[in-house]
Write a protein that binds this ligand. Structure first.
Ligand code: NIG
Ligand code: FE
Length: 424
């Protein structure tokens, strides 16, 4: 029986389906496999993909519904929307003064010690009312979409008290309900120890576990919990305690790990079985080995190393060759990575971290979907997944990272509907 279709996209010069023989994150050689159909056609119905293949195959499989929309991709690349699985999109203000300091050599840690860094963004969120925070965050989310992100994970973590963490999480919830993008919420109350708890991190952890976490879970405001495990922030043991409380409360777990120092956090992530360990710029050889033998995905954040001149790039090439599953995300935040652009992240990942364009694309779509448990819905263009796809301004997918600093996204479709926002 023919399947009904209300959207048919023809003339896709390269249709990057990322179809996979098995439903697991791609590793090693498989990471470079984009399952491209030359001159492909894609059909969707009620927001879901119903057929993908050559024009003849799709024509034979579908029955256009009344009013079916036909889109001619004009020979361009068509690919899944980016799954940006690690962002801090809900923040109040940029931190331009710090940027000037950083580029002239003042270390991030020194800026933070003087009351800047995360603490500055916490003060900014405290001062901004919820409506304003929602409207500035909405603008930023739209910028993410205009650069091709159709699924965006957003973390709290600039509130650090019950009232302001909830304020951030409610903004994330509101964006999720009003935006066509799939917005996914993570509770990052353990982003820093707030100034008023300096030297009393145990008290803050108790507050977080006993008072903040239960409310966040009861109100259904987060699906995941994350912790910044780092020297001077939360020790690996503290991070583990917080994450285990998150597991007990029913949340999926993530961890900012081995970013500024090798603290053994990657190994801790493997031990407790988090969905991901993120950053990993300082991961040890042993950490890579442990992660390679585990299901934990390494989320690499190229924008952060680009934005912090003193930070190394994660050893992505080595990670892939040793069998780690990796994803790429923007880490969009006002400190280290003030960019919503996933294409730019791919450029950095290729030019500075040794990934091939095809590997970077899988990491930013198919593999990233697993990090936020959306692998059945997004990340590839196959039957039954959501019709979230991009028509690019190029004929060869390698142009995406190659032409850095330009936006290759020409048209964005989410749930089979074309986004009508501003693409500039
Ligand atoms: O993921 N590493 C910790 N947190 C953020 C930086 C946040 C900030 O500077 O505001 C990150 O890079
Ligand atoms: Fe982050």
């Amino acid at each position: 029986m023919k399947r009904k279709a209300d959207l048919v996209v023809t003339n896709c010069g390269q249709l990057l389906t990322l179809e996979s023989p098995s439903p697991v994150p791609r590793r090693r050689e498989a990471l470079a496999s984009l399952a491209i159909i030359e001159n492909g056609t894609l059909a969707a119905h009620k927001g879901k993909i119903v057929s993908v293949g050559s024009p003849g195959q799709v024509e034979g499989a579908i029955q256009p519904a009344q009013g079916c929309i036909e889109v001619d991709a004009g020979g361009a690349v068509v690919m899944p929307g980016f799954v940006d699985c690690h962002t801090h999109t809900v923040f109040a203000c940029y931190r331009l003064d710090e940027y000037e300091k950083r580029v002239t050599g003042v270390p991030y840690a020194e800026i933070a010690a003087a009351g800047g860094g995360i603490a500055k963004s916490v003060r900014d969120v405290h001062e901004m009312d919820e409506d304003t925070l929602r409207s500035v965050s909405r603008e930023r989310l739209n910028k993410c979409i205009s650069h091709g992100s159709t699924t965006v994970e957003i973390k709290s973590g600039y509130g650090l008290d019950l009232e302001n963490e909830l304020k951030q999480l409610r903004v994330i919830r509101d964006l999720a309900s009003e935006s066509s993008a799939d917005v996914v919420s993570t509770f990052l109350g353990a982003h820093a120890v707030p100034a008023e708890y300096a030297g009393r991190s145990d008290d803050f952890i108790s507050l977080l576990i006993n008072e903040m976490l239960p409310v966040v879970v009861r109100e259904g405001l987060a699906e995941f919990i994350d912790v910044f495990s780092e020297i001077g922030v939360f020790t690996t043991e503290e991070a583990e305690r917080i994450l285990r409380s998150g597991i007990e409360a029913g949340l999926g777990t993530r961890v900012h790990a081995d970013e500024l120092n090798d603290t053994g956090s990657a190994e801790m992530a493997v031990r407790i079985g988090t969905l991901s360990a993120d950053h990993l710029t300082k991961i040890s050889s042993k950490g890579i080995e442990r992660m390679a033998g585990s299901p934990v995905i390494g989320v690499l954040l190229p924008g952060t190393s680009f934005g912090l001149p003193s930070l190394d790039f994660a050893p992505a090439r080595e990670m892939v060759e040793r069998g780690m599953a990796i994803a790429i995300a923007s880490d969009f935040n006002p400190g280290s990575s003030p960019s919503e652009s996933m294409p730019m992240m791919l450029s950095i990942a290729c030019s500075h971290m040794g990934l091939m364009p095809a590997e970077a694309i899988s990491a930013a779509t198919y593999n990233a979907a697993f990090v936020i448990r959306r692998e059945r819905e997004v990340g590839s263009l196959v039957e039954r997944k959501r019709a979230d796809f991009l028509i690019l301004d190029c004929e060869d997918y390698r142009e995406v990272p190659y032409r850095f600093g330009t936006n290759p996204v020409k048209r964005v479709f989410m749930g089979g509907v074309e986004w009508n926002g501003d693409l500039t």
